[in-house]
Ligand binder design. Structure first.
Ligand code: KE4
Length: 442
């Protein structure tokens, strides 16, 4: 079958979508902008696999960008969704299931005593920022280049060219006013954190970061960096916000705090607020933000920081999230995922070494990135010097052989509990051919 015929229906469907939806996608990450070409259009998923509308099968390492840690269409999740739907889809009134999900999350994630459910990670991050500003009555926020917290106006800022660049919007439509109070530093830059607090400390409401970065590809923090962020926020009375939308329930049952704790990278004192999403909805729209009760009691209606949402805590989405987290709590697949991830990443690295292909494999549990980069990636400045043309070639060489990777060098790939050694070994077999192709003129 020729390349053209193999994706014929996807091509037609995508062209149709482009006539009515900007870029043919409802989120830019899906548009294959980082790898060229046009996205495949998905028909269905089951376990570790997805199929496109041309009938091509793929081992899936995107998993909807993280939520599907159990794999596609897990029976317990599907059954919970069906059962909830039969009782109605939304009430705009409290339901017990929302409380059960909130209780389960607070039981699992350290330093979260109370939590508010919302509809996305963006909404959760935006609300946490507003809460930090309301609680401290300050306005400045520190974020880090390469960390993504959703399309929150105040966080859509350029990577800091100098050490403490006040925010310059990196999207049209984001006003200079909305980013004027955002300080953008480089990740793992301990000195920059200390300098920013020395300069602005008493006006800083909070620091938000991905404790393990997924959004420049997988990048781990240094212990000094996390300790400095915690020390400086505590010293100056700013709140520390861990954005665990990607890492929450992904890298460990207790999220990045637990995972980093085992590596000796997590400071003794945890964050003041935690932002969550993805897995807590099991593939349906759920976000959340939570933390110490005395901070969360600033949130409306009990406190003066307003936040609301028609479908927040939606019964169907909550049922999906509850079923997912209950299955994770029952099976605790993290050691299994660690073994699969180690098998895959060590295998990929061995292939690259044999081909003398400069690369960095960086991972945390079942989230991983193969960087085509000469040096370890510790921040955005290094990440952007990765060989993106070579990544694009790798992406397509894998896709054409039935392996669906994230369509960007700067995204994390994900292994689900539905993957097994069969899928890992099949992926490695394909990668041997795909990586050899990457040496040709890339
Ligand atoms: P959502 O609003 O997309 O649910 O969450 C935003 C968000 C917040 N924080 C972190 C650490 C995140 O990774 C995300 C969203 N992640 C991207 C992929 N890197 C979602 C994919 C997309 O934008 O379509």
């Amino acid at each position: 079958m020729t390349f053209l015929n193999k994706y014929q229906r996807s091509r037609e469907a995508f062209r149709r979508a482009c006539r009515i939806i900007p870029g043919g996608v409802n989120s830019p990450a899906r548009a294959f902008g980082g790898v060229g070409g046009e996205p495949i259009v998905i028909e269905r998923g089951q376990g570790a696999y997805i199929w496109d509308i041309d009938g091509n099968q793929y081992i899936d390492y995107v998993g909807s960008w993280g939520p599907l840690i159990l794999g596609h269409a897990h029976p317990a999740v599907v059954a919970a969704i069906e059962q909830a739907a039969r009782k109605g889809t939304s009430f705009g009134a409290p339901t017990e299931a929302e409380t059960e999900l909130a209780e389960l999350i607070c039981r699992a994630i350290p330093n979260v005593e109370m939590i508010r459910l919302v509809n996305s990670g963006t909404e959760a991050a935006m609300s946490a920022i507003r809460l930090a500003r309301g609680y401290t009555r300050r306005e400045r926020i520190i974020k880090f280049a390469g960390c993504y917290h959703g399309h929150v106006d105040s966080l859509l800022v350029q990577a800091g060219s100098s050490a403490t660049t006040l925010g310059v919007p990196n999207s049209l439509g984001v006003t200079s006013g909305s980013t004027a109070d955002t300080i953008c530093l480089h990740y793992n830059d301990t000195a920059a954190v200390e300098q920013a607090f020395a300069q602005f400390g008493s006006t800083i409401a909070g620091v938000i970061l991905e404790p393990i970065v997924g959004n420049m590809g997988v990048v781990l923090p240094t212990r000094d960096f996390l300790q400095a962020v915690r020390d400086e926020t505590r010293r100056y009375g700013a709140l520390l916000i861990y954005d665990e939308v990607m890492t929450g329930f992904r890298v460990a049952w207790g999220g990045a705090q637990e995972y980093l704790g085992k590596l000796g990278l997590q400071p003794a004192e945890g964050p003041d607020l935690v932002v969550l999403g993805k897995i807590i909805g099991g593939g349906l729209p759920v976000g959340a933000y939570g933390g110490r009760a005395e901070i969360m009691k600033f949130v409306a209606p009990v406190g003066p920081v307003f936040q609301a949402g028609t479908l927040s805590g939606n019964p169907i989405a909550v049922a999906s999230g509850l079923a997912t987290l209950r299955e994770l709590e029952r099976t605790r697949p993290y050691e299994y995922l660690e073994q699969l991830s180690r098998r895959l990443c060590e295998g990929l690295s061995e292939i690259c070494h044999r081909l003398d292909l400069p690369h960095q494999i960086q991972r945390a549990g079942s989230m991983w990135t193969l960087f085509f980069n000469e040096q370890p990636v510790s921040d955005y400045r290094i990440a952007i010097h990765s060989h993106t043309k070579r990544f694009a070639r790798f992406f397509w060489a894998m896709l054409e052989r039935g392996v669906y990777l994230p369509c960007s060098q700067f995204e994390a790939a994900f292994i689900s509990a539905a993957h097994g050694e069969r899928e890992i070994d099949a992926t490695l077999a394909v990668a041997r051919q795909a990586l050899a192709e990457c040496l040709e003129n890339y």
